[in-house]
Structure formats: structure tokens, C-alpha cells
Design a protein around this ligand. Structure first.
Ligand SMILES: Cc1cc2nc3c(=O)[nH]c(=O)nc-3n(C[C@H](O)[C@H](O)[C@H](O)COP(=O)(O)OP(=O)(O)OC[C@H]3O[C@@H](n4cnc5c(N)ncnc54)[C@H](O)[C@@H]3O)c2cc1C
Length: 464
């Protein structure tokens, strides 16, 4: 990779910042990452990432992007106890009210399921091992340094020290959803980006647990999404050291309680068989944590005509999605790949080229998350015809996944950023969707009550 500058500085050492540092290390002689927190050496929650106490899934496309940036990382995770899901039968999914078929069927690629603190620790260790990267902890970023319309560094305060300026050829803001670049730009004479928001007001309530051995058989992941009329969610992730993380969540007006009995009652109407008993018998390993997420929020940096040279923004600071779709870390990883590919062509018009490239995975994630939320009448927002048509089709597709593990896997590959959404509209997929819906109508079984069939019976074959 060609060198484009001497000093790259990244603000924030969470997933987005660490991945940005990894990329800059190939193009800048020296990279400094500035982080407000004291970073743990073990897999532990920390103040700057409060969401780490809640269930985090790593989508397949995000896992592959991480592996591209850090070859061998996924094997390291598994070797250190991260569960690996190779087969659909290890998952219980209920999406939009449809229990997805859990007949045995290989997941390609396999899914990696690290807890959030464990993943961050491994990524951080990889970044620390890079010879030209330094992470400065307990250091607060208070503003940008700029001259003649160009960003020249960051104004920082190390613990107990006076403010100083850290010079940079390139500064990447990865300080998360609360990142202040958008508010700093007007002070430099640049416009702030337009914002899109969809208010969801989701509340998470989570706890780490140890389940009784074999309580859920071979299952490692239970995910129950919201459905019209029941805007609540349930998730149970198997993580390292035989620990599980149990999350219940609900949209505005349907927030979960925090006491155990209340959470069990909240989960009962949506829990697959055996889950409530497993939760009731489980040993608590942590306090109960709560998190309130107000709205999906997107800042359209890619639409700005003018943006200061020397500055980029990445990760949640650009776009933070309703976390129930599990996309944020994976989209940050895909943005990091976009940054790598943009820098490969040098640093001319870097911001314009980067924001356009990064907008591609963001567009897709935004469509999936916002489109999914707009399928719920409980979420307020405009529903143009294409959104209604696609959501009606997705309901038919999910109906068919109740019986069809091939279709279920295809759905997971698209929502996991492996395949493009067009795959779900391929004629062979449309035929399977039709066959699945006719099959159910003929069987006259009420919604969600049939057993999954052998994936190959009576369904058209999917293209490669
Ligand atoms: C409840 C919840 C559940 C989620 N579940 C999932 C999931 O299942 N899957 C998934 O992929 N994503 C999930 N996400 C999203 C995911 O956590 C984020 O997308 C991910 O952390 C990437 O964010 P980031 O690195 O851009 O910012 P953040 O993780 O927010 O990190 C920002 C960093 O900047 C530091 N910082 C902030 N301000 C300053 C400052 N002034 N000076 C110095 N340092 C500063 C912070 O300490 C922190 O380290 C979830 C989010 C929430 C809220």
C-alpha cells in the first residue's frame, strides 16, 4: 500500500476507531489513536461502550471484513472460546412472527458469535501489535485544530494535563453516535450534514447468565424479532466461558421491566419452547443493565459539496442503526474496507471518495433496518409504496422460510451483507416463495405452526 502521509490520528478506540487505525497503518508512517477511557486488558465492559453489556451479534459480512483486515482473527476468536455456528439447527429465529425453519442445514459462511468485550479486546490486541500504531488512553478530544479551511489536528486533554494540539495529516473521527464533527463543521465555515432519523425509542434490558448444561440442547442463538402488534424482542446469545447473554427489548410503549419475574413474563409470549424454563433455572452472572436507544440516525456526509481536507468520519459517528438489527460493528468494518480501498488510490479528494464508498454499505443497512421498522405499525414514519410493497413481499418470504431452510439461509446471507438484496428477488427465489406460501395455504395450518420440511422437497433449486 502506498504511503500518503506521515501522521494519521484516529479519535475513539472502539470497533470503528480500531479498524480505521488498522487501515491508516498501511498508508501513514505513524498512527495515534486517542481514547477517553482506560482500556481493559481483558474481555471487560467499559464506560465509553455501555452497549457492550447488551447482546451483540456479528453479521457474516462483518466477520469476513474483520478477517480481511486481521487475517487469522476469526480462528483466534474460536480458539479463545467464541462459539461458532455451523448449522441452522443451532439457531432459533422468529422474524416478523414467522418461526424460521431450523432443520439441519449448513450455514455458509459459518457464524462467529463473540461477546462484544471479547471481540473488542481481540481487535485491540491486533492493533496494539502494529509497530506504527500507538493508543493514547485517558485522553479527551475537545475540538479540531484547523487552518485555512483544512483540519490540521485534534485538540486534546490528557488526564490531568492542559489542553494541547495533536498534529495530523489525516484525522478520523470515530467517537461514536455522540461524535461532534457535525457540530464543529459550521464553526469552521463548512455546512453540517443533513440528518435522517427514524424514532424507535427501543429499550434494552440485559443480563449475563449461566444456563444449566444442555438446557437448550445444541442451540447457541435465539433471536425473536418484533412483529406488527407485538413490538418486542428476545435474544439469547451463547458466548465465551459457557456464558449466555439474555436481552429483552421493546419499542416505545412496550419497554421491558427489569425484575426477573417481569422479564420472564415479558419474554413468555414470544419465547420458543424450552427457553423460559432455561432462563428461570439459570444462574445470574451480572447485574441487570438497561440501555435506551432513541432513533436510527444517519448523517449524510456523502451529500456535502464542501468538507474540510484532512478529516474523515467513520462508524456510528456517521450512522447508528436500530441495534436490534445487529448491524453497527459490521457496517463499521465495511466502512473500514471502503477507507482502505479509497486510500489505495492516494489522498486526492479523499473525503468525497471515502464518503461515497462508505455510503454503499450504509445505504443497504439503513434500508434493511428502517424498512424493517416501518413494517411495524407502532413505528411512526412515511411509508412510500416501494416500502409497503417490499415489506409485503418480505412477509411472504418469511412465511416460506418456516418450511424452507434453503430460503432461510438465503435470507440470512442477504441480511448478513454477504449477498446483495437482489438475490431475494431472483426468479428461483420468487418460485420458492410462491411454493412455500401455496404449500402452507394447502396445509391450512395456522401461521407458524408447521414443522420444517426437508429443504429439498418440492422447492425449486436456488442459483449459485
Ligand atoms: C444496545 C446496543 C446493542 C447493539 N448491538 C449490536 C449488535 O448486535 N451488532 C452490531 O454489530 N452492533 C451493535 N450495536 C452497535 C455497535 O455497538 C456500534 O455500531 C459499534 O460500537 C461501532 O461504533 P463506533 O466504534 O463507531 O463507536 P462507539 O462504539 O460508540 O465508540 C466510540 C469510542 O469513542 C470514545 N470517545 C467518545 N468521545 C470521545 C472523546 N471526546 N474523546 C476521546 N474518546 C472519545 C468512546 O470512549 C468509545 O471508545 C449495538 C448498539 C447498542 C446501543
Amino acid at each position: 500500500m502506498r504511503q500518503v502521509g506521515v501522521h494519521g490520528v484516529v479519535l475513539g478506540a472502539s470497533i470503528g476507531g480500531l479498524l480505521a487505525a488498522r487501515v491508516l497503518a498501511d498508508s501513514y508512517q505513524q498512527v495515534t489513536v486517542v481514547e477517553r477511557d482506560l482500556l481493559p486488558r481483558v474481555s471487560e465492559d467499559r464506560r465509553g461502550v455501555p452497549q457492550g453489556r447488551h447482546g451483540h451479534g456479528l453479521l457474516a459480512g462483518g466477520a469476513l471484513a474483520l478477517e480481511e483486515l486481521f487475517p487469522g482473527l476469526l480462528d483466534d476468536l474460536v480458539a479463545s472460546g467464541t462459539p461458532l455456528l455451523r448449522d441452522l439447527s443451532e439457531c432459533r429465529f422468529l422474524f416478523g412472527g414467522h418461526p424460521v425453519c431450523h432443520a439441519s442445514y449448513p450455514l455458509t459462511p459459518a457464524a462467529y458469535q463473540p461477546s462484544r468485550p471479547h471481540l473488542e479486546r481481540h481487535v485491540r490486541a491486533r492493533v496494539r501489535a502494529l509497530p506504527n500504531v500507538e493508543i493514547v488512553e485517558q485522553c479527551d478530544v475537545v475540538g479540531l485544530a484547523h487552518s485555512d479551511g483544512r483540519v490540521t489536528g485534534a485538540r486534546i486533554v490528557r488526564q490531568g494535563q492542559p489542553e494541547e494540539t495533536l498534529d495530523a495529516d489525516l484525522l478520523v473521527d470515530a467517537t461514536g453516535r455522540g461524535g461532534r464533527t457535525a457540530t464543529w463543521l459550521p464553526g469552521m465555515g463548512y455546512p453540517a450534514p443533513l440528518e435522517d432519523q427514524l424514532v424507535v425509542d427501543v429499550k434494552y434490558v440485559s443480563q449475563r447468565l449461566r444456563l444449566a448444561p444442555g438446557a437448550l440442547g445444541n442451540q447457541k442463538l435465539v433471536l425473536v424479532g418484533a412483529q406488527p402488534g407485538r413490538p418486542t424482542n428476545l435474544a439469547l446469545f451463547a458466548y465465551e466461558n459457557d456464558e449466555w447473554l439474555w436481552t429483552v427489548a421493546g419499542y416505545r410503549g412496550h419497554h421491558p421491566p427489569t425484575d426477573l419475574e417481569g422479564r420472564l413474563e415479558f419474554a413468555r409470549p414470544m419465547a420458543p419452547a424450552g427457553v423460559i424454563d432455561a432462563l428461570r433455572d439459570a444462574e445470574p452472572l451480572s447485574e441487570v443493565s438497561t440501555h435506551r436507544f432513541p432513533a436510527s440516525l444517519r448523517r449524510h456526509y456523502e451529500r456535502l459539496d464542501r468538507f474540510p481536507p484532512g478529516l474523515l468520519v467513520l462508524g456510528d459517528a456517521v450512522c447508528s442503526f436500530n441495534p436490534l438489527y445487529g448491524q453497527g460493528m459490521s457496517v463499521a468494518a465495511l466502512q473500514a474496507l471502503a477507507l482502505r480501498d479509497t486510500l489505495a488510490d492516494g489522498d486526492h479528494e479523499l473525503a468525497r471518495r471515502f464518503f461515497r464508498a462508505a455510503a454503499k454499505p450504509i445505504d443497504l443497512a439503513w434500508q434493511l433496518a428502517v424498512g424493517g421498522d416501518l413494517a411495524l405499525p407502532e413505528v411512526d414514519g412515511p411509508r412510500p409504496l416501494p416500502v409497503r410493497v417490499i415489506n409485503a413481499y418480505m412477509d411472504r418470504l418469511l412465511t416460506a422460510t418456516e418450511q424452507d431452510s434453503v430460503l432461510a439461509e438465503q435470507f440470512l446471507r442477504v441480511t448478513g451483507f454477504i449477498d446483495p438484496p437482489t438475490k431475494l428477488f431472483h426468479p428461483a427465489v420468487l418460485r420458492r416463495v410462491l411454493a412455500g406460501n401455496l404449500h402452507r395455504r394447502r396445509a391450512r395450518a395456522p401461521r407458524g405452526t408447521q414443522q420444517c420440511a426437508d429443504a429439498t422437497i418440492g422447492f425449486p433449486v436456488l442459483p449459485d
